[in-house]
Design a protein around this ligand. Structure first.
Ligand code: ATP
Ligand code: MG
Length: 553
């Protein structure tokens, strides 16, 4: 985040508001509905809301928008809190829209008393029929002109549980011919005899989004209520309710939803993937959820950097997942510990190595001057990658081939002397010699070679499982294709290598540390690991496809 940024449109508004003295400080909120785990799109909203109050005087609340009792669960509340904290942000107050149910009920009575709300007995079908269309006005409900007394009585009885679900609603009395369909007497309250995760069975009427969100903003004295573009048409109702209720004048501002390609960012769709077992859970490393990205090895910095780079926009667009990968690669290159792991082993015997074994030292991270070194045991029997050897190599092949020299990383230069084959003709072993004077860090051999290979000592290697991931979907925007989005799942998104050979220092691997498996990519320990069974997830490859693409452009 070193480059100077010009102000985004929200920062411009806020700087103006602070300069003019409209507000002494600002208040923002992040308002998730606890009906699923947070995803990368939410991270944008989190970084934006919390980022603004890090930059300007003020604070941010975490507010759970829990007005729909049916879809909400405490598990989701807990995961949301964990994810926001993990991203590196602190909220001032933890609030729940359900904390305000009493206030909202009072607000509803106030509107009734001002003759600005009425109880409607129309069925939802009748209401839809009377709604009109964008080009035709609607018609007034036959219940629209009930007296204040009757409305008060019926609304109180709705609250007391006298009526079944769907039999009545409370509606604002605005204008059935309004050009904005949302202003045609919108529903404020509905009857739902359902258990709520926080208020239990206290309520059987629940406020609609439009009668909860702006009111909660006002109660918390939120100055800048930032939401996504689909709420633009709601702003008129937001303002109308605040004005009629004479409450704190919060203001709503909209920015474009952030979506990334080859995945879906909708809790409802992600829930389907979980429920139908297309993935192992909300935190499956292929999921675009914060918890999935965390398990995949993403760092909080990399996600914040990504959100910062895509910035705030007024128009929706699709962001390339390559940018997210670029951000994590940039961070991991700085912090990951270098380790050697052989995925597809070919045995190599050094015939002139007579020392038995020795301990070599390897840098933990050449990017970090204080990274220190680790011990790597070396012996006469090693594994290298099968595809690092070619019997009949083309020109400019710098890896191992008969008669050719290569360096073993952090060790010696070796030369391939003989190829050993099994009964079926497959190569089973390479016989090599080493140059004792070529030890890394103390090389007096005067020989220079072009290729460097990673390796592990057979006797010291520890087995591990590796999980490699590809894009969850085969197409850029699965929701924009014909049919169900799940038809576009990538069947090869997970590949498991059950037994690779890792250098022994990885025995101490832990969930917090990040690793670069030399020449292989960035990896992180998975929570499925147990003692004696290490499991690593591939976070991202070493190659920087995104930077290459943009350089070309
Ligand atoms: P979903 O469709 O995934 O359920 P949502 O908008 O219904 O998303 P909320 O829990 O209501 O989810 O979202 C909390 C906040 O995060 C809202 O202010 C919402 O506008 C914002 N948000 C959600 N998805 C995105 C996204 N893809 N990009 C930017 N902001 C988002
Ligand atoms: Mg929602």
């Amino acid at each position: 985040m070193s480059e100077e940024h010009s102000l985004n449109f929200l920062e411009e508004i806020i700087e103006e508001d602070l300069k003019s003295g409209k507000y002494p400080h600002i208040v923002t909120r992040f308002p998730p509905e606890p009906n699923g785990y947070l995803h990368i799109g939410h991270a944008s909203s989190i970084c934006l809301n919390f980022g603004l109050t890090q930059k300007y005087p003020g604070f941010t609340n975490l507010r759970f928008d829990d007005t729909n009792p049916v879809t909400e669960e405490t598990e989701y509340v807990d995961s949301i809190k964990e994810d926001v904290k993990w991203l590196g942000f602190e909220w001032k107050n933890e609030r729940y829209a359900s904390d305000y149910f009493d206030d909202l009920y009072g607000f509803a009575l106030k509107l009734i008393d001002k003759n600005l709300a009425y109880v409607d007995d129309s069925s939802s079908g009748d209401m839809a029929a009377m709604k009109g269309t964008p080009t035709e006005p609607g018609t007034n409900s036959p219940f629209r002109d009930r007296s204040v007394e009757e409305n008060r009585d019926l609304f109180t009885r709705m609250k007391n549980g006298e009526f079944p679900d769907g039999s009545r609603t409370l509606r604002a009395k605005i204008d059935m011919a309004h050009i904005n369909m949302l202003m045609r007497d919108p529903i404020l309250y509905r009857i739902k005899h359902a258990h709520h995760h926080r208020t239990g069975d206290k309520w059987c009427i629940y406020p609609m989004y439009d009668f909860a969100h702006g009111q909660s903003d006002a109660i918390e004295e939120v100055t800048h209520s930032i939401c996504t573009l689909e709420f633009v048409p709601h702003r008129e109702l937001y303002d109308w309710l605040i004005e009629k209720l004479e409450i704190y004048p919060s203001h709503q501002y909209e920015f474009a939803r952030r979506n990334i390609n080859y995945t879906v960012t909708s809790k409802r769709k992600l829930l389907q993937l979980v429920n139908e077992k297309h993935v192992s859970g909300w935190d499956d490393p292929r999921m675009p959820t914060i918890s999935g990205l965390r398990r995949r090895g993403y760092t909080p910095w990399s996600i914040r950097e990504f959100c910062d780079r895509i910035g705030v926009a007024k128009r929706e667009n699709m962001v390339d997942v390559g940018l997210l990968e670029f951000c994590v690669r940039e961070h991991l290159n700085r912090v990951a510990l270098r380790r050697m792991v052989v995925f597809d082993p070919l045995k190599l015997v050094i015939t002139n190595y007579t020392k038995g074994e020795e301990i070599l030292l390897g840098e933990n991270n050449p990017e970090d001057d204080n990274g220190g070194e680790r011990e790597i045991p070396f012996s006469a029997e090693l594994y290298i990658e099968r595809d690092d050897f070619m019997e009949n190599p083309p020109k400019k092949y710098f890896r191992l081939a008969p008669g050719q020299l290569v360096r073993l990383k952090s060790a010696y230069i070796i030369k391939c002397e003989e190829v050993v084959r099994g009964a079926d003709g497959e190569i089973t072993e390479l016989k090599c010699t080493y140059i004792p004077e070529s030890k890394s860090g103390a090389d007096t051999s005067g020989i220079s070679v072009k290729g460097t290979l990673h390796w592990v000592s057979v006797k010291h290697a520890i087995p591990a499982e590796i999980r490699l991931y590809d894009r969850l979907f085969r197409v850029e925007d699965p929701t924009d294709e014909a049919g169900d989005f799940k038809e576009y799942l990538n069947p090869a998104s997970l590949q498991v290598l059950p037994a690779v050979y890792a250098e022994p220092s990885l025995q101490e691997a832990n969930l917090e540390e990040r690793y670069q498996f030399i020449r292989k990519g960035y990896f992180v320990l998975d929570k499925d690991s147990a003692s004696g069974k290490l499991v690593f997830n591939k976070t991202v490859g070493l190659k920087d496809a995104w930077a290459r693409e943009t350089k070309k452009a």
